[in-house]
Design a protein around this ligand. Sequence first.
Ligand SMILES: [Zn+2]
Length: 305
Amino acid sequence: MSTRELVVLGTASQVPTRHRNQNGYLLRWDGEGILFDPGEGTQRQMLRAGVAATDITRLCVTHFHGDHSLGLSGVIQRLSLDKVQHPVHAHFPASGAHYFERLRHATAFYETADLREHPIAEDGPIAGGTKFALEARRLSHPVEAFGYRLTEPDGRTMLPEKLREHGISGPDVGRLQREGRLGNTRLEDVSTPRPGQRFAFVMDTRLCDAVYALGENADMLVIEATFLAEDTHLARDFGHLTAQQAARVAAECGVRQLVLTHFSQRYPDPARFLEEAKAEFDGEIVVAEDLERVQVPKRRSSPTA
Ligand SMILES: [Zn+2]
């Protein structure tokens, strides 16, 4: 079984609190481990959450404010210290490349890890293969920020019983999958549609088109909800979202599971974020807590438009 889950390492905006670390999220997606926005203290949170440096295959930074990037120095040094053998790809806004350089070389260390930098200058695909595509879109924040979206292509699930009925086995299965037809058997006769899954990560932005484009039909949307609706003016002025806005995005985008995070320390009671979101969105809502694991929901049974 492949693992698809979000490991929450930190949920605080701006500064850590007694119960919340600065941001940090590891998305386990089959063999990939994508670390999003490691804030200060991420290394220790990884230890507490059971995430090893060797689990990381990719770093995705939305923007260079400290609560989303100060953890890079420690995590990057750890890749070398723990002798991570595979390449690790780093994606971040090109306009902040000088910050990335400084964080990467903040202090002396013996660098052995193969860390490959991929600065992002515009919207579009940033990585991918046959199993998934990763894209970035520019958000609206005082510092240039990009959100991320991971899309698994739609596919088909082969039905062993039907294959047997049609007398198809061995290498013929692969041929049928590639060519769509084998003799009188069509691929549709022996398989069912398997909708690809979608994950979106939207962090530090006011409402803008990119938020909706990233969230479209997401199985899991991880999105900032720094403020509550009573402080909508603050959200607008500082380039953030309220829980109400985030939940409306989820409703309009046909999201299945909404994960709210990046909370301002001005609100001591997280239940208020849930209440506010519930009024707008009737899908599953998670008000993220540090060290929580959130499973990506099971596949949709039929493809979405
Ligand atoms: Zn932030």
